[in-house]
Ligand binder design. Sequence first.
Ligand SMILES: [Ca+2]
Ligand SMILES: [Ca+2]
Length: 298
Amino acid sequence: MRQGTVKEQELIERIVSQYLLLSLAGLAGAAFVAVALSGAVQAPEVGIPVVDSPWPPSAVERMERYGEYVVRIWKSLDEAAPSFYRVVTVDLGDARLVCVDWATGLGKLSGQDIDGSGHPNVIIESYSGGAHCCFATFVYDLAETLLPIDLPASPGGNAAGEFVDLDGDSVFEFRTCDDSFAYDYCCFAGSPCVPAVLVYDSGQRRYAPKSYAYPELYRDPIRLDTEHAKLTLTGGGDAGWDGTPKCDVLPLVLDYLYSGDPEAAWDALETYYLFSDRDAFRAEIEAVLGASPYFATP
Ligand SMILES: [Ca+2]
Ligand SMILES: [Ca+2]
C-alpha cells in the first residue's frame, strides 16, 4: 500500500475506465458486467471498503489529505444506489481507521480544527434514508493518533446539525434541534423540534448539551411559539392524537426549558394548556427530556 498523487491519479483513471467498460458491458450482457465489477472491487492497493451493502462502493468520488491522513468518499456505480449513498474512509498509511457506511459526505468544516486541539478534524455526515430517519454526524480529531469525539445522535433521528462557533472562541459548538417528541402527540410536521446546542468538552472529548448557555437563541422561537400557544385559548389550535392541543403548547414550554427558565416553562403550560391531564403531561415532558442526550439543566 502506498500514498502518492501519481498512484491516486492512476487509480481514478482506472476506475473511470472501468466505469466506461461497465457502461459498454451493459450492452454486452449481465455476465460481462459481473466480471468487470469484480475486477473493480478487487483492486487491492486502493483498499476499496468492504461494507454489507446492496451497492458495494467502487469509485472514489473525492479524496482529501488532512496532514498524514487520507479521507476518501466512495460511491457505488450501481444505478440502483440512492443518490445520497456514500461510504467514507479515513486511512493513515496502510491502516484503515474509519469506515462509515450510509454516509452522505463530509461536513463543510472538515479539515479545519473545530475543537481547538491544533489538529484538523474530519466530520462525516450520514443519513440512512427513509422517511425522516436517521441523521448522524461523526467527528474525529486527526492528531498523532486518530481520536474519536463523542457526539450524541439526534434522539428521534430526524434532525441534522451544524458546527458553528457561537461565542467566537474558535471552538465550534454543534447547533441542532431536539426531536424527542416527534409523533408523540401529533403528526411529524406538527411536532416540536426545539433548538439545541451542544458544546465541546475537551477533557472528556465529547459534545455535551448546554443550550441554557445561549438563551438569546430562544428569543425568536419564544415570541413565535407564544403566538401559537395563544391560539389554544381561542380554539384556534390544532388538535393532536388525543384531541388536545399539546403540540400547540409544547414548543413554547420546551423553548423555556432549553433556555434555562423552567419557571417560565411551567407557567406557560399552566396558562395555555387547560386540560385535566396537565400534570400527567408535565410528567411526560420531564421524563422525555430526562432521557434526551440533547437536554441539560444549568
Ligand atoms: Ca482538532
Ligand atoms: Ca465556541
